[in-house]
Design a protein around this ligand. Structure first.
Ligand SMILES: Nc1ncnc2c1ncn2[C@@H]1O[C@H](COP(=O)(O)OP(=O)(O)O)[C@@H](O)[C@H]1O
Ligand SMILES: [Mg+2]
Length: 392
């Protein structure tokens, strides 16, 4: 990837600033700073993957150039200028800029535009694998327990399955599988620019079942290395390598979590039938909607189903305005024993009802037609886009 920054005078302070910011955020060599009067000639010689045009201090000249060079680039063109002049912004967009960035707020604006571009690019060349995110309505919902068991069933059925623990600092999937990862997500994020298939695979901790676990960083310094961009690239490589990638998510508002939520074919929102869990579920559904993540990709899973004094199902569905898709029974004896031993219940106690209900849920995801309506609600078979995707 090669990026060029076009500006009236390459000594303009915005040039250096942009060059450093772009280099820090993109997997590219140092961006080329090109003066307006050399731009046409230099761009004709080699294609750039992205152009940034600085409008100040001579916006007319810059827009003139933008019109001429726009067709020479297949990649995105960003215009940087003052935000106070709305006519200038419109003209820049009209001449072919894909995004307009306020020069007074570059750091923030560049970050969000690059992230949007990255997501768009990844979506357009999305490899075959599917991503299933698990999000607990609140801590203790059992999302991690379901994540390891679901990944275990998929790994056994398909030979292998990726499992990403996206809970920096607090993830416990390695303990639930009794594996000792030597690398983690922070190593990948730190080397994001040169991350490839081999590096991605070497960061995974293999489990006898065929699960390949990507552990989270656990130390303060390493946690801070996790970036949305690193997670996006990791997910892309996971899709290229595995038919299914299961992700244990932490929340629905940190950027690195949103990367997964935006891309996942299916989000399993795990809750219990109690007041606090329902309240939190409602809030999460609204927040996801606000983040542009359509609720049609979200399926609700009641975990620990059948506990004494839990709320009636009908009341829960009415409160949430949605049907529940899956029910996993409460079975502390089986689940605690499995979790404490570091062996997923679906392997340790395969005939237990709780294990079988997880297997049924996994089957419904892989083969929706075979789903038994008794434990897998009819709602799942409705015309949800993700089912078609899963079955293709
Ligand atoms: N179906 C279940 N039946 C009984 N106990 C469960 C079940 N699922 C999870 N648990 C227990 O609930 C607790 C929280 O589970 P965990 O998977 O760590 O939740 P989360 O990741 O959502 O915080 C653990 O003690 C676990 O053993
Ligand atoms: Mg957990």
């Amino acid at each position: 990837m090669q990026v060029a920054v076009l500006l009236h005078n390459i000594a303009h302070p915005l040039g250096l600033q942009l060059s450093e910011m772009l280099q820090a955020r993109l997997p590219c060599p140092k961006p080329k700073l090109i003066a307006f009067d050399q731009a046409e000639e230099l761009l004709a010689r080699g294609r750039m993957s992205m152009l940034v045009v600085v409008l100040s201090p001579f916006p007319d000249r810059a827009l003139n150039l933008l019109r001429k060079i726009r067709l020479q680039t297949a990649g995105p063109v960003l215009a940087v200028g003052q935000a106070s002049d709305s006519k200038l912004i419109l003209r820049a967009l009209h001449e072919g800029a894909d995004h307009y960035l306020d020069e007074a707020d570059l750091e923030k604006q560049l970050g969000s535009v690059l992230q949007r571009l990255q997501i768009k690019e990844e979506a357009s060349r999305q490899p075959a694998g599917q991503v299933i995110g698990l999000l607990g309505a609140s801590g203790g919902s059992g999302a991690s327990t379901l994540a390891v068991n679901l990944a275990g069933v998929l790994a056994r059925q398909l030979g292998r399955c990726a499992l990403i623990d996206l809970k920096p600092g607090i993830g416990d999937l390695a303990a639930l599988l009794d594996v000792k990862p030597t690398h983690n997500l922070a190593d990948l994020c730190l080397n994001c620019g040169r991350m490839d298939q081999a590096m991605f695979e070497s960061a995974l901790a293999p489990h006898a079942s065929g699960i390949h676990l990507l552990a989270p960083p656990l130390t303060y310094e390493d946690i801070r290395l996790v970036t949305a961009q690193g997670v996006g690239k990791t997910l892309h490589l996971a899709r290229e390598t595995f038919r299914f990638t299961v992700v244990d998510l932490e929340d629905c508002y940190h950027e690195e979590q949103l990367v997964v939520l935006r891309q996942a074919e299916l989000i399993l929102l795990v809750l219990r039938l109690d007041f606090t869990s329902l309240r939190s579920t409602k809030r999460i559904l609204a927040n996801l909607e606000q983040a542009g993540i359509g609720n049609e990709r979200v399926q609700l899973v009641i975990n620990r189903y059948g506990q004494a004094k839990e709320l009636p199902l009908a009341q829960a569905e009415e409160t949430l305005g949605r049907k529940i898709a899956f029910f996993i029974p409460d079975d502390p004896k089986i689940i605690n024993a499995a979790n404490n031993a570091g062996e997923p219940a679906v392997f340790r106690s395969p005939s237990a009802k709780v294990s079988q209900s997880i297997v049924q849920m996994a089957n419904a995801l892989v083969n929706p037609e075979d789903a038994k309506p008794s434990s897998v609600r009819q709602a799942v078979k409705s015309v949800n886009g993700w089912l078609a995707v899963f079955h293709s």
